[in-house]
Design a binder for this molecule. Structure first.
Ligand code: ADP
Ligand code: MG
Length: 819
């Protein structure tokens, strides 16, 4: 129709096959030549046919087969970026979004105005953008403001095999958006791309896609890779990687080496060791060292703001005596596997200077090695070097994090050295505070890594661990993040994304349904959700986000702690609560061995103080421990302090780190708060301690316990017993609590602790009249007009009525409250 005419006029060329939509592209010959070698080019026709015939299509193909760079181009040429509509591609990693936008722009010979990227803190999208690369977090935010994603004609979810939580949620959402868009006659295509063939979670899940989407397998020319296991597993994998690389380089024929480590710091250490062992001799003058020679120029050229922020952070670090926080810039945007975050969190220690011996290897007369680092926060100009040919006479050696596993394909690799390790995001089950740990990767990921050696010729993969370790200790597949995250937090996040019926959500792999339900229940208790009838006449209900819930969703911690932070904000107590959350996310911060009992116990009692401080109880002791440790640290006496007071040194250091990280994250998310990061903390005043008791109650309202009324037999030895709503049996307060001998009538506890007996730990005393205010959702109140008789107060002109109420499942009576 009309479009056809317009296009023809504009482009003024006659076009083949489908003239209505074809958009001509003027590629450079060398680009075209490289493209033609990619396996996916042979599938262009079938891919486009399937996309035209289906709403949803899956493309599975080995890393490097050309999915990310080519499929957007197929779509562009087929006219999917016409009529003001865009082609959108999501990446779980920021580094991929940036570098792929650049590459596709180059291949299409278009400017970055047309092929752009958008990540959380930066981007170059323009009103004329045709192809938009973005992180999955960014698209998820767009869904919130435009549920039908009307700007897009097609969405590609790339790297779906990584199972990032945002990509998984997007898949569920888009499975519905596609249907709605097609009903409205403005079709949207959904393309899911995976580097592995394990796609049953997407295709065989009829809740997700009623009709299984077609899967196009891109056959790639994968050459055989011989896998070599180490006989023994050396825990120092960094040294082992060094030795192995030196051996390969000195003894084996030509071919690039790719080494997998876990983070920036390790990468930099190994890079400098390898450069020292095989110094780069200039073959001709024009080649610069792989080392960062023109730093200043790079500063100007580098588009990644993040790098600049990092440099600023680093500079500041040197200026202040107390080391400044490591900023976690992007908690919401990045997927768990983006090691940007992890790199930022790494300490900045210089690599150690110890010389690593090389069991009689002749390294001096070896060929030079062109050693390049590769990780997320590396400036993009440095990153780009891995795609270039090494200087003549040099062997390429890339030391990488798992960025090189599937996101970026490095050409010419023949040898892979695999540490088998990966940095994973771990969530504290109780606090929801996340941290990182180095663990074994999965079998599937290790095989992906091995596959990198067989792109251009037969290759070898050297695993720095034994086959027994691989068989016994590696999981088969990496568990989707969706199933590792604490459920309460996930539900709150989804609600804040506007996803109401979490239980019905078409997850690619659903978290446990019963857990989802109970999370919704707990969030309702906390006041983050409000029961709203589903439909008129239907007695089901959905939990809708309340304004409090909305505020809670902004804090990167478990909902109960988020609520405490929200309330603290109103009372200027943020710093205390942040400290408390940090301290609570450390296991066994305070040591409780028998021998030290008395001395440290007295100190703790002394810290707890009197009045409201004392009633704040174990929370107060935690606050004081962290505060005092900060002071000791500023005098350089942290170690003595910790051993004297039976505080776990590592724990206190970790608590400090978490505290600073949380403060920074909260400042970033709520810039108006402008919390000081300086970690000095005065003990709270009596009034503040009282408020803190109420704040603790507001977050722990389902963990209230009440002393058992009935007089007990053998009262002399027997400690008082408590009832909790959760347990049928009665329990005691653990002897480590500073309220152990106080027997408050009403308490909240942090945890139920089980040894041979069951105890309550982490005790704070509360007042029962606070319950209707701070734990309203668990209270039932009588009918105010009936019980008892209302009273008229002539001085105020108001009617006062007493409310009689009960609390919780046990129906504990509450003291009457005047309203
Ligand atoms: P897939 O998404 O299937 O893993 P890609 O589309 O990322 O594959 O890569 C296809 C090819 O393009 C690879 O051989 C890769 O090395 C090459 N390539 C990607 N980015 C660049 C770049 N910036 N410069 C040169 N080559 C690149
Ligand atoms: Mg890719």
């Amino acid at each position: 129709g009309k479009d056809e005419v317009k296009i023809k006029e504009k482009t003024k060329i006659s076009v083949p096959s489908n003239p209505a939509v074809y958009v001509p592209v003027d590629r450079k010959p060398e680009i075209q030549e490289a493209r033609l070698k990619l396996p996916i080019l042979a599938e262009e026709q079938i891919i486009m046919e399937k996309i035209n015939e289906n709403h949803v299509v899956l493309i599975a193909g080995e890393t490097g087969s050309g999915k990310t760079t080519q499929v957007p181009q197929f779509l562009y040429e087929a006219g999917y970026a016409r009529d003001g509509k865009m082609i959108g591609i999501t990446e779980p990693r920021r580094v991929a979004a940036i570098s792929m936008a650049k590459r596709v722009g180059e291949e299409l010979n278009l400017s970055c105005d047309d092929v752009s990227y958008l990540i959380r803190f930066e981007g170059n999208v323009t009103p004329t953008t045709k192809i938009k690369f973005m992180t999955d977090g960014v698209l998820l935010k767009e869904v919130q403001s435009d549920f039908l994603l009307n700007k897009y004609s097609v969405i590609i979810l790339d790297e779906a095999h990584e199972r990032s939580v945002y990509t998984d949620i997007l898949m569920g959402l888009l499975s519905r958006v596609v249907i709605l868009r097609n009903k409205r006659g403005i079709p949207l295509k959904l393309i899911i791309m995976s580097a592995t063939l394990k796609v049953e979670d997407f295709t065989e899940n009829t809740r997700l896609f009623k009709i299984p989407p077609p899967v196009i397998k891109v056959e790639s020319r994968q050459f055989p890779v011989t896998v070599h296991f180490n006989k023994r597993t050396n825990p120092d994998y960094l040294k082992e990687a060094y030795r192995k690389t030196c051996k390969i380089h000195t003894q084996l024929p030509d071919g690039g080496i790719l080494i997998f480590l876990t983070g920036q710091q390790e990468v930099n250490t190994l890079v400098s060791k390898l450069r020292k062992a095989f110094p780069f001799r200039k073959v001709n003058k024009t080649i610069d060292k792989p080392d960062d020679q023109d730093k200043e120029k790079e500063d100007e050229e580098d588009e990644l703001n993040l790098d600049r922020v990092m440099q600023k952070v680093k500079k500041k670090k040197k200026e202040t005596p107390l080391s400044l926080p490591e900023i976690n810039l992007d908690n919401y945007d990045v997927a768990p596997n983006d090691d940007t975050e992890m790199d930022i969190l790494e300490s900045d220690e210089e690599p150690d200077e110890e010389d690593w011996e090389l069991e009689g290897m002749k390294v001096s007369n070896a060929q030079p090695l062109w050693v390049l680092p590769l990780y997320s926060v590396l400036p993009s100009r440095e990153q780009a070097k891995v795609f270039q040919e090494p200087p003549e006479g040099c062997r390429l050696c890339v030391v990488a994090t798992n960025v090189a596993e599937t996101s970026l394909t490095i050409p010419g690799v023949k040898y892979v050295v695999d540490s088998g390790k990966v940095k994973t995001k771990l969530y504290d089950k109780i606090t929801g505070v996340s941290g990182f740990a180095i663990t074994w990767t999965s079998k599937a990921a290790a095989d992906q890594r091995a596959g990198r050696a067989g792109r251009t010729s037969p290759g070898h993969c050297y695993r720095l661990y034994s086959s027994a370790v691989f068989n016994d200790e590696f999981e088969g597949w990496t568990v989707p993040e969706m199933q590792r995250r604490p459920v309460d937090e996930l539900v709150l996040q989804m609600k804040s994304l506007g996803i109401q019926r979490v239980v019905n959500f078409p997850f690619p792999s659903s978290p446990d349904l019963a857990q989802l339900k109970s999370a919704e229940q707990r969030l309702t208790y906390l006041g983050a959700l409000e029961r709203t009838p589903k439909k008129k006449g239907d007695d089901g209900w959905v939990g809708k986000l309340t304004p409090l819930g909305e505020a809670m969703a902004k804090f990167p911690v478990a909902p109960r702690f988020a609520k405490m932070l929200c309330l603290s904000h109103q009372h200027n107590l943020m710093e205390y609560t942040i400290t408390l959350v940090a301290a609570l996310s450390i296991q066994e911060l305070l040591l409780n061995d028998n021998e030290s009992q008395n001395k440290s116990r007295n100190k703790r009692l002394c810290w707890a103080g009197q009045g409201n401080s004392k009633l704040l109880g174990d929370a107060m002791v935690l606050l004081r421990s962290v505060g005092a440790a900060e002071y000791a640290n500023s005098c350089g006496k942290l170690e003595e302090f910790c051993s004297e007071h039976k505080i776990r040194l590592k724990g206190i250091i970790e608590a400090r780190k978490i505290r600073i990280q949380l403060t920074n994250e909260i400042n970033l998310l709520n810039p108006e708060l402008n919390l000081p990061v300086d970690p000095k903390l005065k003990p709270p005043t009596d009034i503040q301690a009282k408020l803190l008791r109420q704040i603790v109650l507001s977050g722990m309202l389902d963990q209230v316990a009440r002393k058992v009324d009935e007089p007990q037999e053998s009262t002399v030895k027997q400690r008082p017993l408590y009832h909790t709503p959760l347990l049928d049996e009665t329990v005691q307060v653990h002897s480590s609590s500073v309220l152990y001998k106080e027997y408050p009538e009403w308490i909240v506890y942090q945890e139920i602790y089980q040894t041979n007996k069951v105890y309550l730990r982490g005790i704070t005393a509360i007042e029962p009249e606070w319950l209707p205010v701070f734990a309203k959702s668990l209270c039932r109140v009588g009918v105010p007009m009936e019980d008892p008789v209302p009273r008229y107060d002539p001085t105020t002109g108001l009617i006062y009525c007493h409310v009689k109420g009960t609390f919780g499942r046990r129906g504990w009576d509450l003291p009457p409250v005047e309203i």
